[in-house]
Design a protein around this ligand. Structure first.
Ligand code: SAM
Ligand code: DTB
Ligand code: SF4
Length: 335
């Protein structure tokens, strides 16, 4: 039996880019049932709420990164005895992408532990993008800061999405990263957007930020000239050896509030329940989907840390009566 999802009865609202921090903070603080109701109305204006976009990650260059991001297991600044890997060979990337496609992924996201690629690094990366695209997968890349020219080269290679997170509020940023500025991040996002590549940009919850930092991050994302097409909301993976290893855990309702608020203020974007799913129960996941998340990473590894196995994600989607969104056209009217 096919069940058509109920759409919202109100007409689609225009996308807003003038949110204030107070407005976003007020959404985050709504009584939970009211917040979830509003998020569901927003979700149904643009998407089938039973569909989930599926991406798979591959770390194409792991470890030894010169940046000092306090959350990241790949930073060379943290005292971690981890092996540094060189850029993966093209054949390995193609084999992994084929496997991801067979497992049901629609998008393949390649990440490198670089501050910014050198121009010569981009030659092999462009080949990877071309070959993954030729398999019929959407391509996504996250390799650090990009110049306008580098962004254009990647667009010409067939890159569909570029992931570059703002991670937190501008005020809190300096407590987490000292080797680059918030403006550096915004500049790369503008270069990527100007090159005609879709933007994937979000942040991390659970780094010791307060509720006004969360509001400020979400406000900045929604007030970009165009909403990011994908908004990954990561729950901090507390990795031993990183400065944030002992941060306090965030409760599932607080996390779902962030997802619901992102859904309300960026209703046409894919909101991804990104890192941090490994320790979430089925009901925690359900809460996030009810709050408007409609994208996940699929496959047993994120970049360096574990993610739920495909089989347990299949069981989860079956339990919830949800199915993978295979076609871009399945987003009803995403901008
Ligand atoms: N080096 C590039 C950069 O920083 O843009 C690309 C790779 S970086 C690992 C991609 C993103 O992963 C970061 O922006 C951050 O949001 C997320 N991330 C890294 N470590 C994380 C952790 N321990 N928990 C949650 N998210 C994390
Ligand atoms: C994003 O927002 N989350 C992904 C992806 N974009 C590149 C990365 C999560 C990394 C988690 C820590 C790790 O596995 O190393
Ligand atoms: Fe490097 Fe990216 Fe990790 Fe920061 S988040 S240390 S830039 S790999």
């Amino acid at each position: 039996m096919t069940v058509k999802h109920m759409t919202s009865s109100s007409p689609t609202q225009a996308l807003r880019h003038d949110w204030t921090r107070d407005e976003v903070e007020a959404l985050l603080a709504l009584p939970f049932p009211e917040l979830i109701f509003r998020a569901q109305l927003a979700h149904r204006q643009y998407f089938d709420p039973t569909k989930v976009q599926i991406s798979t990650l591959l770390s194409i260059k792991t470890g030894g990164c010169p940046e000092d991001c306090a959350y990241c297991p790949q930073s060379a600044h943290h005292d971690r005895d981890k092996e540094i890997e060189k850029l993966l060979p093209l054949e390995k990337v193609i084999a992994d992408a084929k496997r991801a496609k067979e497992a049901g992924a629609g998008r393949f996201c390649m990440g490198a532990a670089w501050r910014a690629p050198k121009d010569r690094d981009l030659d092999p990366v462009c080949r990877m993008v071309e070959e993954v695209k030729a398999l019929g997968l959407e391509t996504c890349l996250t390799v650090g800061m990009l110049t306008p020219d580098q962004s254009k080269r990647l667009k010409d290679a067939g890159l569909d999405y570029y992931n570059h997170n703002l991670d937190t509020s501008e005020d809190f940023y300096g407590k987490i990263i000292s080797t680059r500025t918030y403006q550096d991040r915004l500049d790369t996002l503008a270069n990527v957007r100007d090159a005609g590549i879709n933007v994937c940009c979000g942040g991390i919850i659970g780094m010791g930020e307060d509720v006004s930092d969360r509001a400020s991050l979400l406000m900045t994302l929604a007030n970009l000239p165009t909403h990011p097409e994908s908004v990954p909301i990561n729950l901090l993976v507390r990795v031993e050896g990183t400065p944030l290893a002992d941060e306090e855990a965030v409760d599932p309702v607080t996390f779902a509030r962030v997802i619901a608020t992102a859904r309300i203020i960026m209703p046409a974007s894919h909101v991804r329940l990104a890192a941090g799913r490994e320790n979430m129960s089925e009901s925690d996941h359900a809460l996030c989907f009810l709050a408007g998340a409609n994208s996940i990473f699929w496959g047993e590894r994120l970049l360096t840390t574990p993610n739920p196995k495909e089989n347990s994600d299949r069981q989860l989607l079956n339990l919830l009566g949800m199915t993978p969104m295979m076609e871009k056209s399945e987003a009803l009217a995403a901008s």
